[in-house]
Design a protein around this ligand. Structure first.
Ligand SMILES: O=C(O)C(=O)C[C@]1(C(=O)O)C=C[C@@H](O)C=C1
Length: 316
């Protein structure tokens, strides 16, 4: 057994095997052949990356029904040195499972990950109007817990759960929205920015200046005046005082696009705190559209024009 440290890269993910996060990591070519480390929450996954135990962490960042995953957004805003290097989509639907022999009418308490629970609210309130909810660290952990204790009689879990655990399905397709999708981010501490593909997204987190409330429009103008479309804008409390927010923003385009870079320069001049989370390929591979007046060559031409004036040359 070599005493050299094992060079096999490690990826952390919200486990155990069978979670939707596990499904997302299966989409990452680089993760095939690597070691996958199951963790119980987003913070643990990101700690693995910042501490160098893992080269990447797969974490849920947004759900099409519930919106942004606040634990992820807050962690990305407060843990330094993290970059998003990829995003992955997983369609999510759920089953209600129980130990063999348990009937639906026997269920008093349901175990579920909070984000999953919120996506099944209508079914659970109609089928089990008096049920209680115990939060679980993941969908699979909720189901596995049924075999370890009697705290809950049923759990919300991914459809494939019975492949991994001796449980019975009490109800299928219990998600309130059959088209629900969860978006996952692959987070690393590598500062190398993925190559531009033309179908990219740039994620940032920004705070408004303290001195003037109501300057949100001025912040948004940094993008509109450069023809940069925002695909996501969500506010999250900073937590230090009521009414103080940070904004989670996804932009169409890559930081190597002149218009995106120029918008980020304007934003940084305006906002005291801007966190660049990364530019990375869109999961849906949709090519970014923009009007040609915001094309790279227009910015380069304007820069050349200014440079010629400043250097005393005849105007280009
Ligand atoms: O990966 C899982 O299965 C999880 O339990 C996590 C998670 C999430 O954090 O959003 C993943 C997808 C669903 O939206 C519900 C829960």
């Amino acid at each position: 057994m070599s005493d050299a440290p094992d060079a096999t890269p490690v990826y952390s993910y919200l486990g155990p095997i069978g979670t939707f996060t596990w499904e997302a990591l299966r989409q990452v070519p680089e993760a095939a052949g690597a070691t996958w480390r199951s963790v119980s929450n987003v913070g643990e996954a990101l700690d693995d990356v910042t501490a160098g135990r893992s080269v990447g962490a797969m974490i849920a960042i947004e759900n099409s029904v519930e919106g942004g995953v606040s634990a992820t957004q807050d962690a990305l805003a407060t843990v330094p040195g993290l970059r998003i290097i990829g995003e992955y989509l997983v369609p999510v639907n759920f089953v209600l499972v129980a130990r063999p022999g348990v009937r639906l009418e026997d269920v008093r308490v349901v175990s579920a990950h909070p984000v999953a629970y919120a996506q099944c609210r209508h079914y659970l309130e109609s089928a089990l109007p008096d049920h209680g909810h115990i939060p679980a660290p993941s969908n699979v952990a909720a189901a596995a817990g049924l075999l370890e204790n009697d705290l809950a009689q049923a759990a919300v879990a991914p459809p494939g759960i019975t492949d991994h655990h001796a449980l019975e399905v009490l109800a299928e397709q219990i998600g309130d929205n059959p088209n629900a999708v969860t978006r996952f981010a692959l987070v690393s501490r590598s500062l190398a920015i993925p190559e531009r593909t033309g179908a990219d997204k740039t994620s940032i987190i920004a705070e408004l200046p303290d001195d003037a409330p109501g300057r949100l429009l001025e912040m948004l103008e940094q993008f509109a005046t450069r023809g940069v479309n925002m695909s996501l804008l969500e506010s999250r409390p900073i937590g230090d005082a009521l009414g103080r927010y940070r904004f989670v923003i996804d932009l169409d385009g890559h930081i190597h696009d002149e218009r995106v870079a120029d918008a980020l320069l304007g934003l940084r001049r305006f906002s005291p705190k801007v966190i660049f989370l990364g530019s990375y390929p869109r999961a849906d591979k949709r090519q970014v559209e923009f009007v040609q007046e915001y094309g790279d060559e227009v910015f380069a031409d304007a820069r050349d024009w200014l440079r010629s004036i400043l250097s005393g040359e005849p105007e280009a």
